[in-house]
Design a protein around this ligand. Structure first.
Ligand SMILES: Cc1cc2nc3c(=O)[nH]c(=O)nc-3n(C[C@H](O)[C@H](O)[C@H](O)COP(=O)(O)OP(=O)(O)OC[C@H]3O[C@@H](n4cnc5c(N)ncnc54)[C@H](O)[C@@H]3O)c2cc1C
Length: 119
């Protein structure tokens, strides 16, 4: 294991997950240096949520920031030739009207925030 420095401008705890990786990327992009990333498992993580994710980029959300980060991520990975655009589906069972209503609301929110989701 590398020797840890006594001081650093930034310490990122959880370096192996997508959030720690993203924080490091954006800080370095903005000119920060002297960063230390701490990770208790592995980089990339082998126990964190990131290692379990199915890599679905949700473009339906009631959260504008979520949609922004999804669109940002799609462009980010596309620029690096590392994005498989295969589409996806969210489904409701027959007679599950509540779930169907929620899907309709999510599509409405997605469209309001500029995605091209459809029902
Ligand atoms: C089964 C599953 C499927 C999912 N599918 C999707 C999907 O399709 N699309 C989507 O957008 N999202 C999906 N998600 C959600 C997404 O995976 C998480 O929101 C995201 O990975 C969280 O990233 P994170 O970096 O915050 O956490 P993590 O990936 O959990 O990373 C945190 C890291 O911190 C480390 N750590 C914790 N404590 C310490 C400590 N004290 N010291 C040092 N290191 C520490 C851990 O070892 C870990 O590596 C899914 C999640 C799961 C569980």
């Amino acid at each position: 294991m590398a020797q840890l420095p006594k001081r650093a401008k930034v310490v990122i705890i959880g370096q192996g997950g997508i959030v720690g990786s993203s924080v490091a990327h954006h800080l370095i992009e903005q000119g920060w240096d002297d960063l230390v990333g701490l990770e208790k498992s592995a980089i990339p993580t082998d126990i964190g949520s990131t290692s379990h994710a199915s890599d679905f980029c949700f473009t339906t959300s009631h959260d504008k920031l979520n949609i922004y980060t999804t669109k940002y991520s799609q462009a980010f990975y596309q620029q690096r030739g590392n994005y498989v655009k295969c589409g996806g589906m969210e489904v409701a069972r027959v007679d599950d009207d509540e779930r169907m209503d929620e899907l309709r609301r999510k599509v409405g929110s997605g469209k309001a925030f500029g995605t091209n989701v459809s029902m």
